[in-house]
Design a protein around this ligand. Sequence first.
Ligand SMILES: *Cc1c(COP(=O)(O)O)cnc(C)c1O
Length: 345
Amino acid sequence: MIDLRSDTLTRPDEEMRRAMASAEVGDDVFGEDPTVRRLEELGAEKVGQPAGLFVPSGTMGNQIALHLLGRPGDVVLCESLSHILHYEMGAMAALSGLLPRPLDGERGLLDLETVNAAIETDVPYKSRTTVLALENSANLAGGSVYEPATLRRLATGARERGLGVHLDGARIFNAAVACGVGAPELGACADTVMFCLSKGLGAPVGSLLCSSPERIQEARRFRRLLGGGMRQVGVLAAAGIVALERGTDPLELDHEHARRLAETLAGLPGFVPAACETNIVVAEVPSPPWGRDGVPPSVAFLEALAARDLAGVPLDAKRVRFVTHRDVSPEEIDSACEILRRVGG
Ligand SMILES: *Cc1c(COP(=O)(O)O)cnc(C)c1O
């Protein structure tokens, strides 16, 4: 099976497993795991923030950030396709009493005018807008990325209005590679930044939440409240260090692979791929011919692909998503393109 369902599927390679096996560890709830500390320092530096916290998942990192930036009853502005809205179990409401206000952007990306128009801070009978959550790259929209200048303008503008800015940078390194800047440049303009080690970077588990030392101290407390205080977790952090030290060059190949898939889809009759900027390819499946009673077009197309050993995921009734990653070789991408042409052509 050529598995393009997600870049979370990457498995730790030999180098990582060796680092995991030999990691120096201690009890991290006591702050005594040297490998975790090293990862937290290194990770924060990579996204232009002074301090970091290792968390078991990106979802936990996002939710700790939102919890610290807003108070119960406050409004969080986010794009209508954002991960925090669709894939985090309503956690901002469930855990922090926060109210998401989805805004429609362009390819999953917001602009300052839209954000400014939505901010309400001093209407005595309305919820206060206190948080802006940005996602870069924007997953559900097809891995689109903010122009660095736009991102900076948005974050600065929102902060000037008194909002806290969280950056869901699950794939911030993909975004950085796509626009040819360093990730510190993208991360520095936000108050809090989350990124995943477990996706394109290839580590088996974990994400980092990065921010000021004061906020990270508070974040550590809330992580504990959520049951996320981990003990000799240096065995996992060691894999994260390998992932970060490898740098972002390997991601360029993933982007090249995604472009080839998008071009192939664009050549199939009726298929409409979204612009491909990073390692995610999203396309609308034509109906007809795809889809029949009770089976949406996206699912029907994926079933036909699975029969030929190619896997993606449906995003909704019409759209399918493929994600390239380091465990997929150039030859497998050749085969994937061939399967797409056979099935969809
Ligand atoms: C994957 C992802 C997350 C975090 O997911 P976890 O599965 O909780 O690690 C957050 N935001 C975006 C945009 C993602 O793609």
